[in-house]
Design a protein around this ligand. Structure first.
Ligand code: FO1
Length: 322
């Protein structure tokens, strides 16, 4: 059941798509787990591009790259973003010139941004460029930017309206958040194929990503929230909050500053108009009844994903809940 109940048909998991909605590092871990249990041609990842930024004339797509680097085994395991073993010679030289270098772009990572920007300038869409980059990196699940438009998320604070990366990286999430603005959405459409994928999916998995800056922008693309309400797929979300804390990043502070309790239930509530199943960590077992009162099934699992085995096991449990 959801806030509005939708009838569902049972189909075999072997023959239909699993579609995920993904942000950055937390999402990449779960997508890696899913990639171990779902054939790659049956796995599609719709990725947040609200944290994209243009720097030095280049288009940088952190979440697309984080997922692609993770699936291709290139990601820096310490940070969860960027490329393992990367160097920062270009950035050091830019600093010598007096350029702002608060956004740490590695040399190899820069090659991705150079290549993407060149292809965009040649007239390819971001979806097409992403497909080319994935092919070159041997990433076989389908990665799709949420939209081909440039829709940077803005963070409204008391003193300024900041680009998401200015807030997140330069200001280290210190300013109090008053609101989020998903800019340029009026002109945005879901990338080609997204409607068909969501409507034909067996399951849609909302990754354990920040609901405001990772999943929020995807849901703000005109049409996507509507597809999630309408689809016959089981829509399942994994909680990014465990025992009242975010495992990484500013999710807990953002919930508080936006007037929500810091709990898995608050995240379930944000999605209650389209969710069928909410997967929360087993430490939050006591919240199951409260979450089910929102009109969805709640399932407890180990959501911590510290090891590859954890990621694969969580992916298996998600598929079992379909
Ligand atoms: N995160 C940081 O905390 N500091 C950085 O300097 C930084 C640089 C960076 C460069 C490329 C890239 O793809 C990601 C990068 N990130 C950095 C991560 C990124 O800001 C966030 O993790 C995501 O945007 C949130 O999902």
């Amino acid at each position: 059941m959801r806030c509005q109940t939708v009838n569902r048909t049972d189909r075999s998991l072997q023959t239909t798509m699993i579609v995920t909605l993904a942000g950055g590092t937390g999402a990449a871990k779960l997508v890696l787990g899913l990639a171990h249990v779902v054939p790659s041609e049956k796995l599609a990842v719709i990725v947040n591009t609200g944290d994209d930024i243009e720097l030095f004339g280049l288009r940088i797509c952190p979440d697309l790259d984080t997922v692609a680097y993770t699936l291709s085994g290139r990601v820096n395991p310490q940070t969860g973003w960027g490329i393992h073993g990367d160097t920062f010679n270009c950035l050091t030289t830019l600093a010598d010139y007096g350029a702002e270098t608060w956004f740490r772009l590695g040399d190899r990572d820069l090659a991705t941004h150079l290549w993407r920007s060149q292809l965009l300038r040649q007239g390819l869409s971001l979806s097409e460029v992403t497909q080319r980059i994935c092919r070159a990196l041997s990433v076989t699940p389908r990665l799709i930017p949420m939209t081909d438009a440039y829709t940077p998320t803005e963070v409204v604070t008391d003193d300024a309206v900041l680009h998401l990366q200015e807030y997140f990286v330069r200001e280290r999430c210190r300013p109090v958040v008053r609101a989020f603005r998903y800019s340029n959405m009026g002109a945005a459409q879901p990338s080609p194929g997204i409607e068909e994928l969501i409507m034909a999916a067996e399951a849609v998995v909302i990754c354990p990503s920040n609901p405001f800056i990772s999943i929020g922008p995807i849901l703000a693309v005109p049409g996507i929230r509507h597809f999630l309400r309408q689809t016959a797929a089981r829509v399942i979300a994994v909680s990014p909050i465990v025992a009242g804390r975010a495992l990484k990043g500013p999710t807990a502070n953002m919930l508080r500053q936006m007037g929500h309790p810091v709990s898995a239930r608050a995240v379930a509530d944000l999605y209650c108009d389209f969710l069928d199943v909410f997967v929360l960590d087993r430490q939050d077992f006591n919240l199951i009844e409260d979450i089910e009162a929102l009109g969805m099934k709640a399932v407890a699992a180990n959501t911590l994903m510290n090891t590859l085995e954890d990621k694969v096991e969580l992916a298996r449990q998600l598929l079992e809940s379909v």
